[in-house]
Design a binder for this molecule. Structure first.
Ligand code: AMP
Ligand code: MG
Length: 466
């Protein structure tokens, strides 16, 4: 990111840069601002919100630079405007990791300690404690959210609704042409498509955002606001990392596309006053599900190394998803190892499963039998492809990452950094720059979650406290 903004290596070592990314100086000609937006949180209208601890410093090369955790803004309400090191490391590492995975995301430019002690009740259980304060400077073409549009619609402020929508189109969707009713509809179509693509990416890599409120939905379809997110270890559509959402699991892995669509309904409602016609908006929303299903199957085909498109693939994919849930099976390891599967040796598929299982010794014969059956079907299906083993493996390795920021890895980096050792942050930053590459020096990070992390706070249980 540093190069895109035109900062040299010397620049980022300078005192001036440090002052800039911690908000101690404001560059001439820039007017920092916090944004006001609204949102639906956990399915309910939450009214006006806003950047309570994010401050946009301005733009360089059309990239907006924003500080998160630099202190109160007009929208902080009763909160302190600060962020802790724990959540800042999580955002810094994960947003960069997502970018390198090819998943649209806001980026991170820097992570700094502030020297503040910040009081947080990590599990909301009446045990507040002081933590180190930190600031992430993050970067995106725009930090506009669905909630920016909902705000003005809810206030019935059509003038500002039009201003923010026209600005967004002119600045970020200018290829659609000059704003008018038709362009507003096309704009909504594009936001819908971008959101859909983002959901497909999240499903592909096993990322669970955890707080898909409309104030956390980027109008550019970026992953934004890294809070209690998590990565699937065992493949489980019902899993959510967010303990606040434990009861209803609204934001669980298997529900992200539905929620993406639900959020688009809220955006459609917000844009409606500019369009005054329901049919075109409804048509776009109605098409979302079908489009998603089609793209999802294509994405899964890619994960399985299937180039030809056959209707029966849907059954193969569905049975795979069922099988992955028979016993806790590591998603990342399973798919990565699947690239080594040889169609002429279907019964060897079991070895892949054994490696990905969390409790390989407890597996009953009937489960192994089900897997054997699946591998025979998969092998038959691969026989219909024309790609060679090596070609297929190479293609699969581009879609099935070897390295992701596993929940326990982020927590290890945090635990060390809290003691003053930032070496793991640097190590993961480097590792996750090449998530699809074999990196023999880092092979030990291609491993299942260790047992100690199964129920540990920060690894399997996360809250919004940050
Ligand atoms: P989030 O769930 O992190 O997206 O936050 C929801 C809202 O609360 C956003 O508008 C944030 O800016 C605001 N917020 C969260 N933490 C703080 C804080 N420590 N100080 C001020 N505002 C905050
Ligand atoms: Mg937010």
């Amino acid at each position: 990111m540093q190069q895109k903004l035109g900062f040299t290596n010397d620049d980022v070592q300078s005192k001036e840069f440090l002052d800039f990314v911690t908000g101690n100086i404001v560059l001439t000609n820039s007017k920092p601002y916090a944004m006001c937006y609204a949102g639906h949180q956990f399915g309910r209208w939450a009214g006006q919100l806003g950047d309570g601890r994010a401050i946009n410093l301005g733009e360089i090369n059309h990239w907006t630079i924003q500080l998160k955790g630099a202190g109160p803004t007009p929208y902080s309400r009763s909160a302190d405007g600060l962020a802790v090191l724990r959540s800042s490391i999580r955002e810094y590492l994960c947003s960069e990791a997502m970018h390198h995975l090819g998943v649209p995301s806001t980026r991170a430019l820097s992570l700094s300690l502030t020297g503040d002690q910040v009081l947080r009740d990590v599990m909301y259980d009446g045990n507040p404690a002081h933590e180190k304060g930190a600031i992430v400077s993050r970067v995106a073409r725009s930090f506009l959210r669905f909630g920016n549009f909902e705000l003005f619609a809810a206030r019935n402020d059509l003038k500002n609704l039009k201003i923010v929508t026209d600005y967004t189109i002119n600045t970020h969707f200018s290829h659609l042409g000059k704003p008018c009713k038709k362009v507003y509809i096309n704009f909504f179509q594009e936001v819908s498509d971008k959101t859909l693509d983002l959901m497909i990416h999240w499903q592909r890599v096993g990322f669970v955002h955890g707080v898909m409120n409309t104030d956390n939905m980027s109008i550019l379809g970026l992953t934004i606001d890294y809070g209690p997110y998590g990565w699937l270890e065992g493949f489980d559509p019902k899993w959510t990392p967010n303990t606040t959402d434990r009861e209803h699991k609204r934001y669980r892995y298997g529900n992200q596309a539905n929620i993406g669509l639900w959020n688009l309904y809220q955006l459609a409602n917000a844009l409606y006053p500019l369009i005054n016609e329901t049919v075109p908006l409804e048509t776009i929303l109605d098409n979302f599900k079908q489009k998603f299903e089609k793209k999802y199957i294509d994405m899964m085909r890619a994960k399985l190394g299937l180039i030809k498109k056959q209707d029966k693939d849907i059954r193969l994919i569905q049975s795979l998803e069922n099988n992955l849930q028979l016993s806790e099976t590591d998603m990342t390891i399973f798919f990565r190892k699947l690239g080594t599967f040889k169609n002429e040796q279907p019964l060897k598929g079991i070895e892949i499963i054994q490696e990905a299982l969390y409790k390989p010794n407890e597996i009953k014969k009937d489960i192994l039998h089900i897997w054997n059956e699946w591998f025979v079907n998969y092998s038959n299906r691969l026989n219909e492809e024309t790609t060679s083993f090596n070609q297929r493996k190479e293609q699969m390795n581009k879609t099935n990452p070897k390295y992701v920021l596993r929940n326990y890895m982020a927590q290890l980096a945090i635990d060390k950094a809290e003691k003053g050792d930032v070496s793991l942050i640097e190590e993961f930053y480097q590792l996750l720059k090449k998530p699809y590459s074999e990196q023999p020096n880092f092979e030990h990070w291609f491993a299942k979650r260790p047992e100690w992390a199964r129920h540990k706070i920060g690894c399997s249980m996360l809250s919004c406290s940050s």
